[in-house]
Design a protein around this ligand. Structure first.
Ligand code: ATP
Ligand code: MG
Length: 271
């Protein structure tokens, strides 16, 4: 083991150290901006691999943005590379979901080579869906409709529920656009960013062998920037870790930058 890893704990303050070496089971660390939360996750990963003998393959670290995932990867590699230990999978929720769906998506009706629509593709399709009928007006533009669809999906509201529960003309129109949009996506074998998460929730919740496979694979799961997780991401984490309960999350309750996407501080409180 490299000198750096031998003295891993020297780089940490007492409360960081406590969080890094804590035993198995769930742990939630809430701390302020810039207080070393990401550091705790990176060192925890190094600790598990170097001192607890976990295999890199059995560990999953997720965060919300590409930037945060890149930063975490860089820090973990810096700690592990001198000891010749391979870095585990460190990725965004979305890219983990793409991996899972490329492997097992056929169980939830996805073609094996599904296309992923980005935000621009989504907007273009919403525009098309609003062409026929009386769906576009000043209050419901393609961009507000796209936001509404994303919101509904992240609340895990199915098309049928959105149509049933819509109140007032605005919500009714938005639900109709959602219904057309969803149909078109399915016809073309495409998914949008929100579907990536929702389909994985469905897959893990409905196909026991797939759930068992991932539970067996990732024996320890770590989440950075937990305050940004929405309902679907929360459910994915729960499904993956409910059995072994080796879940570490760090977050900042004052820092939720993705509220509009349905990020939900309740996820912190429900943990
Ligand atoms: N015990 C420590 N010793 C030396 N430097 C530290 C220590 N803890 C944190 N730092 C440094 O402080 C800075 C902020 O740490 P880090 O990014 O881990 O905090 P964070 O809580 O994740 O921040 P954010 O809220 O922005 O996500 C980093 O440069 C980190 O290396
Ligand atoms: Mg951080």
């Amino acid at each position: 083991m490299s000198a750096r890893l031998e003295h891993l704990l020297d780089d940490l303050n007492p409360s960081q150290r406590e969080a890094v070496i804590a035993g198995d089971g769930p742990l939630l660390v809430l701390a302020g901006a810039g207080s070393g939360k990401t550091r705790v996750i990176a060192y925890r990963i190094a600790w598990l691999l170097a001192h607890r003998g976990l295999s890199p393959r059995s560990l999953l670290a997720v965060t919300f943005t590409n930037k945060a995932a890149g930063e975490m990867k860089r820090r973990v590699e810096e700690l592990l590379a001198p000891a010749g230990i391979k870095s585990p999978l460190i990725a965004t929720f979305h890219s983990v979901c793409v991996r899972i769906l490329r492997q097992h998506g056929t169980h939830v009706g996805l073609p094996s080579h599904f296309t992923i629509y980005d935000e621009d593709d989504r907007l273009a399709l919403v525009k098309e869906c609003m062409k026929d009928g009386e769906l576009a007006d000043r209050s419901l533009t393609p961009s507000t409709a796209a936001h509404r669809i994303s919101y509904l999906k992240n609340q895990m509201t199915a098309v049928s529920e959105a149509l049933r529960d819509a109140r007032g003309p605005w919500e009714k129109k938005a639900a109709l656009v959602y219904s057309r949009y969803d149909k078109r996506l399915r016809e073309t074998g495409a998914v949008d960013f929100d579907d990536l998460l929702l389909l994985v929730v469905r897959l893990l919740a409905e196909i026991p062998e797939v759930l068992a496979w991932y539970r067996g694979l990732w024996r320890s799961v770590l989440v950075d920037e937990y305050q940004d997780t929405n309902r679907a991401q929360y459910r994915i984490v729960r499904l993956l870790t409910q059995e072994h309960r080796n879940i570490r999350v760090v977050g900042d309750s004052d820092q939720s930058i993705y509220k509009w996407r349905g990020a939900d501080v309740r996820n912190i409180l429900d943990f």
